[in-house]
Design a protein around this ligand. Structure first.
Ligand code: UTP
Length: 291
């Protein structure tokens, strides 16, 4: 079955990026001139997704506004003539990239609970989950790489990368066996393992394709690490029962949920930016001399 629906959970509190996220969703933090969530939506659209549900909460109206039209702004840009034509086209285009839907997660009970809010949107189809604070930049969209694996094997797919032994305790850890190329089979996983519980250094980073059966499992999933309903715990039940796939996707992942990740994204995307790239490179070279 084709995967055409995606869910972007964006209802977290963003406590690691306070005070920036006191009233502004972290998913709206820009990388140079584009909010993180727009990069994520574009990745989904380039992967063949046509319908996107964004899970929001109180104070996340900014996200809805970003994917809507702004007649006053458009009128002003139109008046400005040919010089503003490209940006006008881009601004209008944002609202038409996909069919957008929004639902509120009424309490911040964890990523698993947030995904559970997508049940009626998803219905009986497989769907993609793109974590709202993980921006992945690469030639071949990461979500599309996972969708291809789903279409080949017909099982839930996890987007993974290797992380360091020192940091695995902050992520999930997967039990994997090589299958083909960058594809592994996955039969177990654990969220934020203590050193004696690490299964491997492969961790789920930001993307997965899930079958609709996940919703019944989520309904049964009790709060786990941090007292939150963990998506990893529900996926562990699925992996143990039916098996899942893990795809080590290509592309660079930026964690927009922490300060260092945000700075790395700014620098690397800034260096390749068509408008400011060359000037920014010269500036960085200059200040690096003094480091
Ligand atoms: P995180 O655990 O990184 O988000 O969830 P957080 O809770 O905002 O982070 P900190 O630790 O307080 O800084 C990953 C993704 O899941 C969403 C977040 O918005 C983020 O995009 N999320 C998390 C929800 O939508 N609802 C939740 O209850 C928790």
């Amino acid at each position: 079955m084709k995967v055409t629906k995606a869910v972007i959970p964006a209802a977290g509190l963003g406590t690691r990026v306070l005070p920036a996220t006191k009233s502004m969703p972290k998913e709206m933090l820009p990388i140079v001139d584009k909010p993180a969530i727009q990069y994520i939506v574009e990745e989904a659209v380039h992967s063949g997704i046509t319908d996107i549900l964004i899970i929001t909460n109180r104070g996340k109206g900014l996200i809805e506004d970003h994917f809507d039209r702004v007649p006053e702004l458009e009128a002003r840009l139109t008046k400005s003539g040919p010089e503003k034509e490209a940006i006008l086209k881009e601004i209008v285009g944002i609202a038409h990239k996909a069919n957008f839907y929004f639902v509120r997660q009424k309490e911040t009970l964890g990523l698993g609970h947030a995904v559970g809010c997508a049940k009626s949107f998803v219905g009986n189809e497989p769907f993609a989950v793109l974590y709202g604070d993980d921006v992945i930049i690469g030639k071949d969209p990461a979500c599309g790489q996972l969708i291809r694996a789903y279409e080949e094997y017909g099982k839930g797919v996890l987007g993974v990368k290797k992380v360091s032994a020192e940091s695995i305790g902050r992520y999930s850890s997967l039990k994997v066996e090589p299958l083909k190329g960058n594809c592994f089979s996955c039969t177990d996983m654990i969220e934020k393992p203590t050193p004696d519980k690490v299964l491997s250094l492969y961790s789920i980073l930001g993307r997965c394709i899930l079958p609709p059966e996940i919703f019944d499992i989520l309904d049964q999933t009790k709060p786990g690490t941090g007292g939150e309903i963990q998506l990893t715990d529900a996926m562990r039940t699925l992996a143990r029962r039916d098996g899942m796939l893990a795809v080590e996707y290509s592309g660079t992942r930026y964690d927009m949920g922490n300060k260092l990740g945000i700075m790395k994204a700014q620098v690397e995307v800034g260096l390749n930016h068509p408008e400011i790239g060359p000037e920014f490179r010269a500036y960085l070279k200059e200040i690096c001399k003094a480091l």
